[in-house]
Design a protein around this ligand. Structure first.
Ligand SMILES: Nc1nc2c(c(=O)[nH]1)N[C@H]1C(S)=C(S)[C@@H](COP(=O)(O)OP(=O)(O)OC[C@H]3O[C@@H](n4cnc5c(=O)[nH]c(N)nc54)[C@H](O)[C@@H]3O)O[C@H]1N2
Ligand SMILES: Nc1nc2c(c(=O)[nH]1)N[C@H]1C(S)=C(S)[C@@H](COP(=O)(O)OP(=O)(O)OC[C@H]3O[C@@H](n4cnc5c(=O)[nH]c(N)nc54)[C@H](O)[C@@H]3O)O[C@H]1N2
Ligand SMILES: [Mo]
Length: 787
């Protein structure tokens, strides 16, 4: 989230698109309800009329996979009706930058496309620079190659008629959403966009988020209270896990993992040169990287050995979830640890992922329960246990209530949690399990002459001598030290690139200062102003609650409006003051270089309307999902031209002749994820007992299906049986005068626990987004009939 949960109370309009927070993030409604009491409006945009829609002021349906046309049309509407915040756009975005000749967009493709490799040459999307490397600008925004004009041209194609013929949204509903949300472009108003998996789980998932950002920047909504673009994170600590490098291509703190395929990454020096931009806050990257290496490898990290950089693995493959399972399927992996995950229910094309597990020699599952995954070898229809040779170990982990440590929520708040009860049975905290493994393996490998074992032996593992690791030691390591004095660091501003500081995660540096204590344990619930609660826990970075808060003030440092003031320049005190920790050094005057840089992480201090960094184009463009019932109305390019096509058996593609119905998947309030946590609870199992499929009354009639009938849903990957839930929540879409049906189903079911039922993921495609590889769980084709 750019903002935080409590801050939602200040919004004038919340556009909830691609999420159902009334069920999945109920805490949001505590604050959205307050916003409503103050006159704020809530809009729900979802293919299905959800519980969120039911408490919203406005609802607009759209066919799954058509968010880019929906928002693209809003961008056109805002520009044409003069609703944008012009000064904000000129000063705080790259709208005025001139794009070099060579950039082009033609029939769905940007310039630089290599059809054989399915990749773009992004150098074709460069910004024109002066001899000293500064962007060339036209602040009148009139230059035909200015970002603003190119963007305007790009979205001029997204007119209301074309958009609604693609999304299937009734025109009046669509126009009401445009009008209501775009009113937040007025100075003194702020609007927020709340999103989650309905947005990201698409082959255009990253561009779905990008187009939200563009709209919010045009309306001047980022950096303001009640504004921003707010990703409601999923699992309670998923924010923390990505902060700490759990994504396959990241080290902690969003530093790129070195790759064998990037020649410059062969040395630390080369890596730093390649990955460090010349300006913006990321220009400090060498300090973060060297401090990270120092905290991982301690005294084994010296200047002479590139601070242990060569200990880091340098992969040559994409090992996102989708590719890992493909590798498993192709016998490229010998064994796997599946730590707190249940892919036999939650993975895309789960039937095939289950098959892939059988190709492992060994599998270690660490979980609270025996799940469909650790029990994948057991007898189930179509399974022959005698043919599976995988040796499975199940290590019992204890639940969050039985251990202590911190979790980071969507607000970026790192909150410490204490143990409530002792662990049951032989279960142990995950950290203890990791710790014991590491200690035992270190002993086992101590005398190994193998060079492959050197990195593991070089790891500094100094978390005490007990059976359990010393949590305080770990917390301090994350914060980081001044290695010369042995003192804890106060801020990441003190990190050095010469090996004299350490920090296990630079973005958290400062949460455990020498004088204080672990700030994630702070529980002072006094409002410090603006509902920001600065003394409650610790928010990264630097305890800042609203990211990009510099943009809440005009270039001279005066709030755009008193109603939406966050920080402002106090000329008497010669510093930034207000309700939040300022975006940059508090003493940087607006008149100084960088003083207007509201987006300080970026190279030129501005936000990117035009983003030459994306794999699938600098502007979001509509492509149909990998499986779609209609041709693309915007170009002759069918689906995202930059996605990796997983040919072969793992991902059979379905076509509308066999599978004419659009399907989507979602979660239900009474179940948590793959269901291990809830389908093993009698009470929750009673509330949501059976697997079902929601279908419209119209489709039910066409197919002769009655409410509660058993039905069979098929896709190119498989078939499942479920109960029909005939509902008014779905309505057929009318696309260019033709009727297209959509159905939806929960993905929380499996064959373990009390409440059992068919797994929706037996149907979903094994295809991912062009930038992140997140699977396209939210839009695919199927058919349905009575069982
Ligand atoms: N009770 C409960 N709460 C949970 C979870 C749980 O399992 N149970 N899981 C947690 C986790 S890990 C996560 S990631 C979050 C997920 O939170 P959400 O993203 O809210 O979860 P979903 O229900 O999967 O999807 C949200 C909505 O997206 C809609 N949708 C489908 N396709 C599209 C589309 O193309 N465009 C748009 N605009 N909408 C679409 C669906 O109809 C659905 O209503 O929830 C968290 N909270
Ligand atoms: N079709 C479809 N599929 C989806 C989605 C969708 O919207 N549609 N959503 C996707 C999303 S957003 C997510 S996040 C994934 C989730 O996919 P998974 O992470 O595979 O699913 P979970 O059920 O959250 O699995 C977590 C497991 O961890 C165990 N567990 C709980 N607490 C602990 C603990 O403290 N320690 C350990 N070791 N284990 C613990 C639980 O018992 C459970 O078995 O599913 C994805 N799959
Ligand atoms: Mo999630």
């Amino acid at each position: 989230m750019t903002n935080h949960w409590n801050d939602l109370q200040w919004t004038d309009c919340a556009l909830i698109m691609g999420a159902n927070p009334a069920e999945n993030h109920p805490i949001s409604f505590r604050w959205l309800t307050k916003a409503k009491e103050k006159g704020g409006k809530i809009i729900s945009v979802d293919p299905r009329y959800t519980r969120t829609s039911a408490v919203s002021d406005m609802y607009a349906p759209l066919r799954s996979g058509t968010d880019i046309p929906f928002v693209g049309g809003m961008i056109k509407y805002a520009i044409e009706n003069n609703l944008i915040h012009k000064e904000y756009v000129v000063k705080y975005t790259n709208a005025s930058f001139i794009v070099k000749e060579g950039y082009d967009f033609n029939d769905g493709l940007f310039s630089g496309y290599d059809e054989a490799k399915r990749v773009y040459d992004k150098t074709k999307w460069a910004i024109e620079t002066t001899p000293d490397g500064k962007p060339v600008k036209d602040e009148t925004l009139q230059h035909p190659r200015s970002v603003f004009q190119l963007m305007k041209k790009h979205y001029s194609r997204y007119d209301v008629d074309t958009v609604t013929a693609v999304t299937g949204t009734p025109k009046e509903d669509y126009l009401s959403v445009c009008k209501t949300f775009c009113e937040t472009g007025k100075v003194g108003k702020s609007g927020t966009i709340l999103y989650a998996m309905g947005t990201t789980q698409h082959t255009v998932g990253s561009q779905n988020v990008r187009i939200f950002a563009i709209l919010q920047l045009l309306l001047g909504n980022i950096g303001l209270p009640g504004g921003g673009i707010n990703a409601m994170r999923g699992e309670s600590n998923v924010q923390g896990s990505t902060d700490f490098g759990l994504l396959w291509d990241n080290l902690t703190g969003y530093l790129a993992a070195p790759k064998a395929t990037v020649p410059e990454h062969a040395t630390l020096d080369g890596y730093l040169k390649k990955e460090t931009p010349p300006s913006g806050y990321w220009s400090n990257k060498p300090k973060f990287v060297v401090s990270l290496l120092k905290s991982w490898y301690g005294t084994s990290a010296t200047k002479d050995n590139e601070f242990g950089y060569q200990f880091l693995p340098k992969g040559n493959k994409n090992y996102s979830h989708i590719n890992l399972f493909k590798a498993m399927f192709n016998n490229e992996l010998e064994g796997a640890f599946l730590w707190g995950t249940n892919p036999v229910v939650g993975g895309p094309n789960a039937g095939k992922e289950k098959e892939a597990l059988g190709n492992l020699k060994w599998l270690v599952a660490v979980d609270l329960w025996e799940t469909e995954t650790s029990a994948f070898w057991q007898k189930e229809a179509g399974n022959d246990p005698s043919r599976i040779n995988t040796e499975v170990f199940l290590l019992p982990a204890c639940s969050s209530f039985e251990k202590e440590g911190s979790i980071s929520n969507s607000s970026r708040w790192m909150q410490y949690r204490w143990k409530a009860i002792e662990p049951k049975g032989e279960s142990r905290p995950d950290l203890d399990i990791v710790h014991e493994l590491a200690v035992k393996l270190k002993k086992l490998y101590a005398n190994s002459p193998e060079s492959a074992d050197k990195p593991f032996l070089a790891l500094d593992w100094n978390y005490g001598t007990g059976e359990a690791p010393d949590l305080d030691q770990i917390a301090k390591e994350i914060n980081g030290y001044d290695l010369k004095t042995g003192k804890l660091l106060k801020t990441f501003g003190d990190l050095k690139e010469d090996g004299t500081t350490s920090s296990g995660n630079w973005i958290y540096s400062g949460f455990y200062p020498e004088e204080g204590k672990n700030l994630s344990q702070r529980r002072d619930n006094k409002d410090t102003g603006g509902g920001n609660f600065l003394n409650w826990s610790f928010a990264w970075p630097a305890n800042r609650r609203i990211l990009y808060n510099r943009a809440s003030a005009d270039p001279s440092g005066k709030p755009w409006s008193q109603d939406k003031a966050v920080i402002w320049w106090d000329d008497a005190q010669k510093k930034w003051v207000g309700n939040d920790v300022p975006d940059f050094k508090a003493v940087t005057a607006p008149t100084e270089p960088g003083g207007t840089g509201a987006f300080m992480m970026n190279k030129d201090g501005v936000a990117l309307l035009f983003a030459p960094t994306m794999n699938d184009g600098p502007f979001p463009e509509h492509y149909e999902p990998f499986e779609s019932p209609v041709p693309n109305a915007f170009s002759s390019v069918e689906y995202n031209p930059a996605i990796v096509i997983n040919d072969g058996e793992f991902n059979k593609r379905g076509f509308k002749v066999d599978y004419p119905i659009v399907a989507t998947t979602y979660r239900v309030e009474a179940h948590w994820q793959s269901g291990s946590m809830t389908r093993n609870q009698e009470w929750l199992s009673e509330i949501a007992r059976y697997m079902y499929v929601e279908i419209s009354e119209e489709l039910a009639k066409e197919k002769g299906i009655n409410n509660k009938d058993k039905v069979i849903v098929t896709s190119a990957r498989g078939k499942i049986e479920a109960y029909a839930l005939v509902t008014k929540r779905y309505k057929p879409f009318t696309l260019k005068g033709k009727k297209v049906h959509q159905i939806g189903m929960p993905w929380n079911f499996g064959y373990k626990g009390y409440a059992t039922g068919a797994t929706a993921n037996r149907l979903t495609p094994h295809i991912g987004d062009a930038n992140t590889m997140i699977p396209e769980y939210k839009a695919f084709l199927c058919d349905i009939r009575r069982a």
